[in-house]
Design a protein around this ligand. Structure first.
Ligand SMILES: O=C(O)C1=C[C@@H](OP(=O)(O)O)[C@@H](O)[C@H](O)C1
Ligand SMILES: C=C(OP(=O)(O)O)C(=O)O
Length: 425
């Protein structure tokens, strides 16, 4: 798809539902005892993959105009699927579903697309094996196809070696089915939607700093869930408005859970111009409107505990950094190498093509700014975040930018282009 520079971004937008929360809403509803309503569900490919997997296990799910009804059959009410479960491009689906499958009395097989087949799963399959699940897969359960047979699980005392909400969530889910309590100790605080939502479903979970205690339960109670707008999708417009002169964008009803707002902390440090309006709490999650305006940015250091709070936003933050005065250093972000693409390489290669001053690090990148970007032939690497980040870069570049396989944005944000067009002048 072709992109060209714009004069400014201006207007008010409402974003589709948060991807992490949408996945969890379907999964927890599917193992609850009764009828669940999910409002503002994200109709992206990834979340539709989650729906498809649960339908294959006999769960009745009705889709009606962005709202979903899930008829849960109880913790152990899933049926052995006739076919393999295909998670498509979704890391969240495969990793979280393994936690649930570890508690079921049947054998099932998980596959995904080419990108999923390269993403490491041992981080989840190892602790699940320790709890008693039988897992098979390429390289000792590290890569798909993965076969999992659940059953009698023991509780686990698990100290995590990486900051990952997907790993944490899979262990929490398996712990619901265990015959003794579990304790999980995080390395660094990652997104906590699982803890918040499962508590609302009636799970016995206690969080104390980095420690999470989970007691097994007999059932989860059905819920009505309102999914907030996705801050990871908002990030593209936050960045766009911050770097395109004369811009002003109001983004309504965005999820502002503090485990997800690292990009806002970065923007404050960069000297960005934004304010949060209409703050409230819905279904245990903070939400609000974000009003962003153009401003002169400066370079910053982004590392340590901040990284898990903005992990999916690094590509778009790198684009902002090319327009900031001085040096931006992003480090401690090795996890970026095992996302939909190697996001360190994808960002560095593409930004070099656009003329940015950028250096690749083993665990991040260094960017010197500001530079005037030039249009280029961009490879999305079939990675939605790379495609969207570079479409924003193209809005400030001179000349035409072509982004290969832009369609991949459908996994998290199918209406991205429509919204972008509507606020572009
Ligand atoms: O739990 C989640 O919903 C997610 C956790 C993160 O992955 P990790 O847990 O691998 O860091 C993030 O990158 C992904 O987009 C969604
Ligand atoms: C990494 C991502 O998703 P997942 O791990 O679910 O594929 C993402 O959305 O940026």
């Amino acid at each position: 798809m072709n992109f060209n520079s714009v004069l400014r971004l201006n207007g008010e937008i409402i974003l589709p539902g948060d991807k992490s929360i949408s996945h969890r809403a379907v999964m927890f509803s599917a193992i609850s005892n009764g009828k669940n309503y999910i409002k503002n569900f994200l109709m992206g490919q990834d979340c539709l993959s989650t729906i498809d997997c649960f339908r294959k296990m006999g769960v009745n799910i009705e889709i009606d105009n962005g709202n979903i009804i899930v008829y849960g059959g109880g913790l152990r009410g899933l049926k052995k699927p006739d076919d393999v479960l295909n998670v498509g491009n979704s890391g969240t689906t495969i990793r979280l579903i393994m936690g649930i499958l570890a508690g079921q009395n049947f054998k099932s097989t998980l596959i995904g697309d080419e990108s999923i087949s390269k993403r490491p799963m041992k981080r989840v399959t190892d602790p699940l094996k320790e709890m008693g699940a039988k897992v098979d897969g390429i390289e000792n359960g590290n890569f798909t196809p993965i076969t999992i047979e659940g059953g009698n699980l023991n509780g686990i005392n698990y100290k995590m070696s990486i900051a990952s909400a997907q790993v944490k969530s899979a262990i929490i889910l398996a712990s619901l089915f265990a015959n003794s309590p579990s304790k999980i100790i995080e390395k660094s605080k990652s997104r906590n939607h699982t803890e918040i939502m499962l508590k609302a479903f009636g799970a016995d979970i206690n969080v104390d700093g980095l420690e999470i205690d989970v007691n097994p339960v007999d059932c989860l109670y059905p819920q009505e869930i309102h999914v907030p707008g996705d801050i990871s999708s908002a990030a593209f417009f936050i960045a766009g408005a911050s770097i395109i002169k004369g811009s002003e964008v109001l983004i309504k009803n965005v999820g502002l859970n503090p485990t997800r707002t690292g990009i806002l902390d970065v923007l404050i440090k960069m000297g960005g111009n934004f304010e949060i309006l209409n703050k409230k709490i819905i279904c245990g999650e903070e939400i609000g409107d974000i009003l962003v305006k153009y401003s002169n940015l400066n370079g910053v250091i982004i590392d340590g505990d901040l990284i898990p709070r903005l992990i999916d936003e690094v590509p778009i933050i790198a684009i902002m950094a090319t327009q900031a005065e001085g040096q931006t250093i992003i480090k401690d972000a090795k996890e970026l190498k095992v996302k939909e693409s190697n996001r360190i390489k994808s960002v560095v290669e593409n930004l070099k093509k656009m003329g940015a001053d950028i250096q690749e690090l083993e665990d991040g990148m260094i960017i010197n700014g500001p530079t005037k970007l030039k249009g280029a032939n961009i490879e999305s690497f079939n990675d939605h975040r790379i495609a969207m980040a570079f479409s924003i870069a193209s809005l400030i570049a001179y000349g035409n930018t072509y982004i290969h396989n832009f369609k991949c944005v459908d996994v998290s944000f199918p209406s991205f282009c429509d919204i972008l067009k509507r606020i572009s002048y």
